[in-house]
Design a protein around this ligand. Structure first.
Ligand code: ADP
Length: 179
């Protein structure tokens, strides 16, 4: 599914975040230490190679809502933007912290002349954020920011399962009615 707002294309696709060769930057659902781990962080560090952890180490630890940028090494992108999502039910207020991840990542993308960026569904794995609520926070933040973006022209949501893709498509459709 593709939508356009203020010249910014927003797309949901089924896939793997390490495979997005049409995007300048990919976002990592990172841990505070910016190390490899399970889920997205494990996949990104495995695909990028050990140089990624080496560059990221001095930037850690990061706090919920923070974003930092590194090169992407063996990934087919220029940059990885590492975001620490909130742990649902623990880091509060979780909706603001999750929105901060998306806005901080987009601000870093803008500052680095990124034209296209791919996000995973931050916090919806091990961190337990319900997928529909998380999608709503993500799209609300992005649709509000879209008119301010100058460099970023394409934002892709990469969903690991068909169910998560369907939820995101439905929420994006709904959110669009509010803009
Ligand atoms: P968090 O710790 O922020 O919850 P996770 O990595 O555990 O992050 O999961 C975030 C989301 O990314 C989950 O919905 C999970 O299903 C999904 N996911 C896991 N691996 C991948 C991948 N390789 N590409 C895209 N999405 C993925």
């Amino acid at each position: 599914m593709e939508k356009k707002i203020s010249g910014v294309q927003i797309e949901c696709r089924h896939g793997d975040i390490t495979n997005q060769d049409d995007c300048d930057a990919v976002v990592n659902a990172a841990n505070a230490r910016l190390e490899t781990g399970g889920g997205v962080a494990g996949a990104i560090h495995r695909a990028a190679g050990p140089e990624l952890a080496k560059e990221a180490r001095p930037l850690a630890p990061i706090k919920p809502g923070d974003a930092v940028i590194t090169k992407a090494y063996r990934l087919p992108n220029k940059y990885v933007i590492h975001c620490l999502g909130p742990v649902y039910g623990n880091d509060k207020p979780e909706d603001k912290l999750l929105a901060d991840c998306y806005s901080n990542a987009l601000n870093l993308a803008e500052g680095n002349q990124v034209k296209s960026i791919a996000f995973p569904a931050i916090s919806t794995g091990v961190f337990g954020y319900p997928i529909q609520e998380a999608a709503s926070v993500a799209f609300d933040t992005i649709l509000k920011m879209a008119p301010t973006l100058k460099s970023v022209k394409k934002i892709v949501f990469v969903l690991h399962s068909i169910q998560d893709l369907e939820v995101h498509e439905k929420v994006l459709e709904e959110e669009f009615k509010n803009f």
